[in-house]
Write a protein that binds this ligand. Sequence first.
Ligand code: CP
Length: 313
Amino acid sequence: MIDDLLSMEDLSAAHITRILDTAAEFKDLGIRPIKKVPVLRGRTVCNLFYEDSTRTRISFEVAEKRLSADVINFSAKGSSVSKGESLKDTALTLQAMGVDAIVIRHQASGAPQRLTEWVDAKVLNAGDGWHQHPTQALLDLYTIRERLGELDGLHVALCGDILHSRVARSLVQGLATMGCRVTLVAPPTLMPPEVSSWPVTVTHDIDSVLADLDVCYLLRVQNERMAEQFFPSVREYARIWGMDIHRLGRMPEHAIVMHPGPMNRGVEISADVADAGQAVITEQVTNGVAVRMSCLYLMLGGEETQADQGSPR
Ligand code: CP
């Protein structure tokens, strides 16, 4: 397996399939009365979060605890970062304490890559700037495969704020690696300039693709990353690019609606679509735990310890 999980670019189809297959075996654990296996007993994992998170942070912590790892939670707020401590010095402090893996979310693209230069611990990228969010892409691929049976040949549309989205950059790579056809739908102002080199088709008209989709993936409008106005108004955005119940009705019956969260209900997705049967948004969250268990298990050498400790499943 890979040493660090930094970008979907580093994962081949065989890597992705192995991670998803291992996650499928861990998923059952989540419905057992005792939701714990000893495969990472004695290993220490630090969750190093410089940027806000609900799903990713809790999901990693649940995954680590279900694997019996010792867990340290570090938040930039309330730490010596507020006294000016650099990422490098924080990394060297963790290195000196002998942590085995660091899960990092950082507002700067490339921060997880820099971290690998300072520590021996395995590094897992939990989202860096606009760049990458590989475990989100993996849990999305898992959810699509689980719901629709396969990935190869599916048509997936990613709709909304592509420009600021690390989720889009990760998922496009993962979908392309697994043989999916990808269409990006966004206002021209929210389409990245470099998109011409991506393995995608581009449109500004969501209504032109709905009838042909297997998956419609809505992206959050990232107001916190916008210093200027990218579209006339929220109402206009929802009307032209948002997924509502009428648009849902134009998708094939088998098609699913996804969103990485957090959602802006009434903007990129209406409340009734978010709660509809075709929406798999809470399934994405459930699958995130199994996928992160799989990544930690495969990266921290769980397979070597399995013989001593019994099967995790
Ligand atoms: N999907 C996602 O990354 O959500 P959080 O920001 O809550 O972790």
